[in-house]
Design a protein around this ligand. Structure first.
Ligand code: ATP
Length: 135
């Protein structure tokens, strides 16, 4: 079966560059699966867990906190706001971030911008906890 190169880049680093069988990501329009030979597209990513299928059928997970996914003929490029491998996740930090965001969402302020920021922070923390199997 054919493979396609996947690069995952964040402002901090090139996190990932491998030839892969398939990528499954959470786009704004819903979950998308990309196989080699997919039509060129650009999609906006939601905070969530990307699943990557490798040549030997094993699967790797990468958590991204939003960004863009571009498919060209040659490769798939993910420009992520942030991206981490499961083993890089600091659990306590994510738990604290979730608690902070939940508290903010419950506070009286109904300021839309504050609410949206808190919701986004909550989504990021949940995605990080999700990738390491923490509820
Ligand atoms: P926090 O409130 O804990 O900073 P955040 O969601 O606001 O969380 P981001 O702005 O998404 O943090 O990320 C800032 C940097 O910290 C990025 O480089 C990201 O990869 C890293 N990072 C954030 N949370 C974690 C975590 N729980 N474990 C490992 N790295 C993290």
């Amino acid at each position: 079966m054919s493979l396609i190169q996947l690069d995952i880049v964040s402002p901090r680093r090139l996190l990932y560059s491998k030839d892969v069988r398939m990528v499954i990501a959470r786009a704004q329009s819903g979950e998308i699966g990309i196989l080699p030979g997919h039509l060129p597209i650009v999609a906006t990513l939601e905070p969530g867990v990307m699943r990557v299928k490798l040549e030997d059928e094993s699967e790797e997970k990468i958590v991204v906190s939003g960004g863009f996914l571009e498919v060209s003929k040659e490769k798939i490029t993910v420009l992520a706001r942030t991206a981490e491998l499961p083993e890089e996740i600091d659990v306590d930090r994510a738990l604290q971030a979730r608690e902070r965001a939940e508290k903010r969402l419950k506070e009286l302020s109904k300021d839309r911008v504050d609410q949206a920021r808190a919701k986004a922070a909550l989504d990021r923390a949940m995605a990080r906890l999700n990738v390491i199997g923490r509820k």
